[in-house]
Design a protein around this ligand. Structure first.
Ligand code: HEC
Length: 201
């Protein structure tokens, strides 16, 4: 005789886990379509985006933008003489232009700075290596040549030292520098001092 079945209450059934079942549960069709559309759009995007051209976003500077501006004769006003002085001259002649006693001559009220523009240009183009008397004091040092600076840069820094610290001499143009560069182009060594500067200029 079979045992009588015990009645199963719905509360009991509710506590049971669902029976495990095998089989593939397909992804919902809309998800499949959505993923397919995304993949196709991605492929299309990569295919249609131009490569090797300027990016439409981000850093839009081109090589041209980054190239330093070409300094022409007329561009003196764009060159900052003070800034050049600070980076190239102040180490020796000091920001005050007073130099260092006995070692680096002063530019303040120096006859070499405020008098003959040609001689000043020659000093900067070729440097000095020998005795030079500045405001009654003899210096025997060496001043490097600054030929590598452009005409406009040299003009700007000379114009700066001629008008700073109470100096009052007229500006020097890039044309003057250009002409003096040409006139002294055969020189390969620094001037041997104040005397040679005067006689050669
Ligand atoms: C490495 C140190 C040094 C630097 C940098 C230097 N000078 Fe000189 N400068 C000297 C010395 C030293 C003399 C004196 C040369 C001598 O005794 O023969 C001199 C002399 C001069 C003179 C003539 C004398 C006078 O005092 O007026 C001028 C003008 C001058 N320098 C301008 C400049 C300018 C402008 C710059 C920057 C572009 C510059 N110097 C950078 C060391 C320097």
């Amino acid at each position: 005789m079979s045992k009588p079945k015990r009645p199963v209450s719905s509360a009991q059934r509710g506590r049971e886990n669902a029976d495990p079942d095998e089989g593939v549960r397909p992804l919902p069709w809309f998800l499949v379509m959505f993923l397919g559309a995304m993949a196709m759009w991605g492929a299309f995007y990569i295919y249609s985006t131009p490569s090797g051209e300027d990016s439409a976003y981000g850093d839009q500077r081109t090589v041209e933008t980054l190239r330093p501006p070409v300094l022409t004769a007329g561009a003196v006003s764009q060159v900052d003489g003070k800034q050049i002085y600070g980076s190239k001259c102040a180490a020796c002649h000091q920001a005050t232009g007073l130099g260092v006693a006995g070692v680096f001559p002063p530019l303040v009220a120096s006859e070499w700075v405020v008098e003959d523009e040609k001689i000043l240009t020659h000093i900067l183009l070729h440097g000095i290596n020998g005795e030079i008397t500045v405001k009654g004091v003899v210096y025997k040092g060496a001043m490097p040549a600054w030929q590598s600076m452009s005409d406009a840069e040299l003009a700007a820094v000379m114009t700066y030292i001629r008008a700073e610290w109470g100096n009052k001499a007229p500006p020097i143009t890039a044309e003057t520098v250009k002409a003096q560069r040409e006139a002294t182009k055969d020189r390969t060594e620094p001037y041997k001092g104040g005397a040679e500067l005067k006689s050669a200029s």
